[in-house]
Design a protein around this ligand. Structure first.
Ligand code: MG
Length: 450
């Protein structure tokens, strides 16, 4: 059986891997899976290929007998919101998230507003590969209409937090879909917003789409020179968040995750879900508030499923994909932005003060180029050599990639990327030198194996 879906839907280079024909077939396959009836909401990010893929998905869905409600350009979490608000049978988002502009992708949502699980994606794959797509008869073909969902999505988010004062915020949307929401949302909450890269542009001229330190230099400078309270940034489809403190420093993702996790814990025993690639700082900080941390596979679908299963209060990944189940079970960048401001408001502190208080924990992230075909064999060999190469391992976790920890509390994760041709190495611990050493050694072994 072939595979179409990675950790975050179908993703690839446009016209090579993600073609109009594929979009058409996937639209029809989804309609077949839904029994050829009901409505599907459809959103897209501002990529140059999004209109093309949207047209094909619409044709496929209509041909399969489903009605389509076009949302136009929206952040990914607005699709999840729209599915529930409009009582749709499914949602589809056209996006390649943080990937470069030549990429695009297609991701599905269920009627509960949760991203399709690997099992649901498998059902679509089987229909696609077995060529069981079923076009409807002429009198059962679907209809298409447009819905302006963003005003009600923004209203919903405005109702979640109350701020005692307005903050001066610089918002950098990377020319992505967040441009249509976050600046307006924060203004409605009483903030003074200065925008950066917040006009839609599918060439993404402003910066790289991953909200990582190397792409946020301009935001850091603007926050500092304007004397703003904080800078906030999204990836291309605004399901992720990053923050810059008053001093113009990008908040270390693991520290920010630890802060917001602890912020969400209200009472003893509250559960926080995070992934195998998150540092131990989350456990330490959540532990102080007597909360409990549970780890899952990397990927928001896994986090969302675990949050629902455990009745967790929060689910977050160090990449900045944060789920607040009080609103919905999807990572939501604009909502995360309001939650960071709420944290500042309730503590009456600036972000840099909160960050500087956290226990020092170094995290090093590296990646080794590796083709998708070679990933499995390379990981297998790495696992076989693990205990011979690294001394003093106390624990090995293999729910997703290989996470191994040492007696001094340091740890490392070696894991093939689900969306790109890399194997990623993440290492963390209290002593910078030993963290660098472990990450360097793992990288060297992987390079020799590839
Ligand atoms: Mg994203």
């Amino acid at each position: 059986m072939g595979k179409l879906f990675g950790t975050s839907g179908v993703r690839g280079v446009v016209s090579k891997e993600v073609t109009p024909e594929l979009a058409l077939d996937l639209g029809l396959a989804l309609a077949t899976h839904l029994g050829g009836e009901g409505s599907v909401v459809l959103g897209k990010d501002p990529r140059t290929s999004s209109d093309m893929l949207e047209s094909c998905l619409i044709s496929g869905l209509l041909s399969g007998g489903c009605d389509v409600k076009r949302l136009g350009i929206v952040p990914t979490p607005a699709v999840s919101f729209a599915v529930r608000r409009l009582n749709a049978k499914a949602g589809v988002m056209i996006t390649a998230s943080h990937n470069p502009p030549e990429y695009n992708g297609i991701k599905f949502w269920g009627s509960d507003g949760i991203a399709y699980t690997p099992e649901q994606e498998g059902a679509i794959e089987r229909i696609y590969f077995d060529k069981r797509m079923k076009p409807a008869a002429w009198d059962r073909i679907g209809k298409v209409g447009a819905v302006d969902i963003l005003p009600s999505y923004i209203d919903e988010l405005v109702g979640v937090v109350k701020l005692k004062r307005g903050y001066k915020v610089v918002v950098d949307c990377g020319n992505g879909a967040g441009s249509l929401v976050t600046p307006y949302l924060l203004r409605k909450l009483g903030c003074e917003v200065v925008t950066l890269n917040s006009q839609l542009d599918g060439f993404f001229p402003g910066r790289g789409l991953e909200p990582s330190p190397e792409n946020l230099g301009e935001l850091c400078n603007v926050v500092k020179s304007l004397g703003a309270d904080i800078g906030l940034a999204h990836d291309g489809d605004a399901d992720r968040i990053a923050a810059v403190d008053e001093k113009g420093r990008v908040a270390e993702p693991d520290k920010l995750l630890a802060l917001i996790s602890a912020h969400q814990v209200r009472k003893k025993g509250d559960i926080v879900v995070t992934t195998v690639d998150a540092s131990g700082t989350v456990d330490e900080y959540v532990g102080v508030k007597k909360g409990k941390v549970i780890r899952t596979k990397v990927g928001d679908a896994s986090v969302a499923a675990e949050v629902r299963k455990r009745g967790a209060i929060f689910g977050g990944e160090p990449c900045g994909a944060w789920i607040f189940p009080e609103v919905h079970l999807v990572p939501d960048g604009p909502l995360a932005a309001t939650k960071i401001l709420e944290l500042l408001d309730l503590t009456g502190r600036q972000l840099f003060e909160l960050l500087d208080e956290l226990p020092e924990h170094q995290t090093v992230r590296k990646k080794v180029a590796c083709s998708n075909e070679k990933k499995a064999a390379t990981m297998k060999e790495f696992k076989e050599r693990l205990r011979k190469e690294f001394k003093g391992i106390s624990d090995v976790l293999t729910i997703d990639g290989i996470r191994f920890s040492f007696r001094d509390g340091s740890w490392a994760l070696v894991r093939p990327s689900g969306t790109e041709p890399y194997i990623r190495v993440t290492a963390g611990g209290k002593r910078e030198k030993s963290v660098e050493k472990v990450a360097g050694k793992a990288t060297k072994i992987l390079k020799s194996l590839v």
